[in-house]
Structure formats: structure tokens, C-alpha cells
Design a protein around this ligand. Structure first.
Ligand code: AMP
Ligand code: MN
Ligand code: MN
Ligand code: MN
Length: 289
């Protein structure tokens, strides 16, 4: 008899974005693309919003995939923005829905301030321009400004826009206070889900700050960390596999796909998790639909 397939070999993609936040495809288009790329277990993780979850689950089932509910919550920790992914929660949970609504709240004003700053360096009409790319008016994000600046020819691609305009110290960057780490983890757990640190390799933390992030996250009840993500280099797959073992966290895998035109990592096209890790989907088995 052949060996049972290792849970590590499951083609799970548990991180991506639709038009409900800053992706360019609908949940249905993403589901079709994921299934076409061989994804077996999928989660849509829009920023600070669960409004696409019922559509995504239905689309996943129509494509023959299994589904976990998902969200990516913006958090401020040590003066930086950290993303916490939630998986396998009740998408209709009232406390989580309210918390996410409050987290989204400052985005409109922030976007207007970003546009004012860009106008001072000669880029006019950025607020209206970014809005044209927005699928959900409550979720105007830096990504939508980046698409507008590319459309206007200010930069070749969105990465260049972030480098030149939208990151700390650059003319279109407006600092913002998001949810606390504790609140984000508690909303996810309160709704019956698992909290996962998203793309830890992307933060510019000192070793001490990263230690604080992992230990406080665990202290609040966080259980997972993204190891194989479109935001990590192969060296970071190894580095964060070690950290998952060191901190006793389950490991997640997700492309962070946003758009066929922008994302270098397609849905379902990541290497498997390294050996010796516990995949988040093992702990979430009873919440897979
Ligand atoms: P916001 O939530 O409005 O601050 O926007 C954050 C989003 O911007 C992230 O979820 C990514 O989609 C995108 N982003 C952040 N940094 C970069 C970058 N360096 N290049 C391209 N996109 C980025
Ligand atoms: Mn995004
Ligand atoms: Mn993120
Ligand atoms: Mn993301």
C-alpha cells in the first residue's frame, strides 16, 4: 500500500487578497485560479475585512477545494505595522466584525492626508485617482495609490512606488495607528480561529523587538507563523522554520497573491513547508469546510 500523503505536502494556500481589499480579482476569480494551480485547501485573507468570506467559501466548494475562513489584520507593534492572519474563525462573529470595522475606520482620512502630501511634490488628484482602483470604499490602501502612480507614469511598477513614495520617510507616507496585537489575537480567538504572524521576514525589527513580537503574540494566545510565503526568500523559509520550532508555533503557507500583473508568486505555486513543522491545517482540521 502507498504511504499516506504527508500533511506537509498538501497544496494549501492560506493568504491572498481580492477586490474586497487590495487585490484585483474577485473571490470567484481567485478560487478558479487557485484550483487551476492545484490548490487543495484555500483561504481568502482580505485586509481588515471578512465581507468576502461567504462568497469565497462557496466559490472554493464550486471549484472542488476545501476552505478555511481568513483575514489579515493590520496591527501596530513597536511603532511598526505588523500583519496578523486569522484562520478558521466564524466569519459572522459580532465582536470580530466590530473590531475590523473600527480598524478600517481611519483609512479615509489617512488617504486624504496621503493625497495632500503627494500634491506637495507635484502629484495631483491622487485621492480621486486611487479611488478608481478601489473595490471596497472602506478599504482604500496604499496599494490603490501605487496603482494610480503607475497609471500616471510616475513609476514603472508598484514596488517602485512603495520605494519612492509610500514607505516611512517618503513624501506620500502617513503614519497610522492600527489595532493592538492583543486585540487582533483576541478577536480571532474569540471567533474560534487561529492567529498567525504574517510574513515575519518583512518587518524591520531588531532581534529584541522580534523576540517581543513572538513572545507577546504567544502570550495573547497566538498559535502560528507564516514560514513559506510569497514575501519570504528561500533563506527566510529556513530561518522562520527554525523560529516556528523554537517558539512552538504551527507553520503556515500562503502566496499573498494580489494580482496577476503585480504578484511574483502565484496562488498555490510555493514550495512545501520544510520538514519537522506542524502545519496550521492539522490544528484547524475541524474548522475546514
Ligand atoms: P496599507 O494597509 O494601506 O498600509 O497597505 C499595505 C499593502 O501595501 C500591503 O498589504 C501590500 O499589499 C502593499 N505593499 C506594502 N509594501 C509593499 C511593497 N514594498 N511593494 C508592493 N506592495 C507593497
Ligand atoms: Mn495588500
Ligand atoms: Mn501583509
Ligand atoms: Mn497580505
Amino acid at each position: 500500500m502507498p504511504d499516506a500523503p504527508s500533511p506537509l505536502a498538501l497544496n494549501a494556500d492560506l493568504h491572498c487578497h481580492s477586490v474586497v481589499s487590495d487585490g484585483t480579482l474577485t473571490p470567484e476569480e481567485l478560487a478558479a485560479r487557485a484550483a487551476g494551480n492545484g490548490v487543495q485547501l484555500w483561504a481568502l485573507t482580505d485586509h481588515d475585512e471578512v465581507g468576502g468570506q461567504h462568497r469565497a467559501a462557496a466559490a472554493a466548494h464550486a471549484q472542488g477545494m476545501r476552505y478555511l475562513t481568513g483575514v489579515e489584520i493590520s496591527v501596530t507593534f513597536c511603532e511598526q505595522t505588523v500583519h496578523i492572519v486569522g484562520l478558521g474563525f466564524d466569519a459572522d462573529d459580532a465582536a470580530m466584525t466590530q473590531g475590523l470595522y473600527d480598524t478600517r475606520g481611519g483609512r479615509g482620512k489617512r488617504a486624504q492626508e496621503m493625497a495632500e502630501q503627494l500634491a506637495r511634490v507635484g502629484i495631483h488628484g491622487a485621492y480621486e485617482g486611487a479611488l478608481k482602483f478601489v473595490g471596497n470604499p472602506e478599504l482604500i490602501s496604499r496599494t490603490h495609490f501605487a496603482r494610480f502612480l503607475v497609471e500616471r507614469g510616475h513609476c514603472r511598477d508598484t514596488s517602485e512606488v512603495f520605494r519612492k513614495y509610500l514607505t516611512e520617510g517618503k513624501p506620500g507616507y502617513v503614519p497610522h495607528r492600527w489595532a493592538t496585537l492583543k486585540d487582533a489575537v483576541h478577536w480571532i480567538r474569540g471567533a474560534g480561529g487561529m492567529a498567525v504572524i504574517a510574513h515575519p521576514g518583512r518587518y524591520a525589527f531588531s532581534a529584541n523587538e522580534e523576540y517581543a513580537l513572538f513572545t507577546e503574540f504567544k502570550g495573547h494566545g497566538g498559535e502560528g507563523v507564516e514560514v513559506v510565503t510569497g514575501s519570504h526568500s528561500p533563506a527566510e523559509f529556513i530561518e522562520y522554520a527554525d523560529k516556528a520550532r523554537e517558539y512552538g508555533l504551527a507553520a503556515s503557507r500562503g502566496s499573498d497573491f494580489h494580482s496577476p500583473d503585480e504578484s511574483h508568486c502565484d496562488l498555490g505555486r510555493l514550495p512545501p513547508l520544510p520538514n519537522g513543522l506542524q502545519p496550521v491545517w492539522e490544528l484547524l482540521a475541524d474548522r475546514i469546510r
